[in-house]
Design a protein around this ligand. Sequence first.
Ligand code: IMP
Length: 182
Amino acid sequence: MKNINLSNIKILISEEEIQKRITQIADKINKDYQGEEVCAICVLRGSVMFYTDLVRQLTMPITMEFIRLSSYGHSTSTSGKVNAVDIKLPDLTDKNVLIVEDIVDTGITAKFLLDYISMNFKTKSTKFVSLLDKKIARCTDVEPDYYCFEIDDKFVVGYGLDYDNHFRNLKYIGYADKSILQ
Ligand code: IMP
């Protein structure tokens, strides 16, 4: 593991900002799905904090599903390949599916999941919401239907996001200087 520790992580988005923005996004989702039931899919492990905070603010009937994908391993850049560690899902035919992601970076993971769902199920609708959108790194044509914050080309940790499976429990989103990550 590279030399990242709490003392060289800077706060990018505070706990207060995260919670305030989640309330705004949840309000929008509540309006868009009025009178509908939603199957909310948590993409583990990175979206765990965002997912649990978001679904508690959703007011429509919700079913909760959890899948686990990975693409980073021990590095700070994607391998470009998505490893479907656990992608068992019930029949999503005629369901409103809302995928909950931590971050859309290249978009490879989101594209993999959207393709997987469209190939396997005829859903009523499929949308995805991401906590973070790193648009500058995108190499696919996927765009989240909802996102909380756009960030520039930083490697971020905290609030579910990790570096080598560490720092997920921070209440804020932080980043380490690029020089530390070299
Ligand atoms: P993508 O496939 O390149 O869009 O990346 C998606 C996955 O890579 C995310 O779900 C994260 O788990 C991970 N990831 C991408 N950028 C970061 C980052 O800055 N910090 C931590 N994990 C990241």
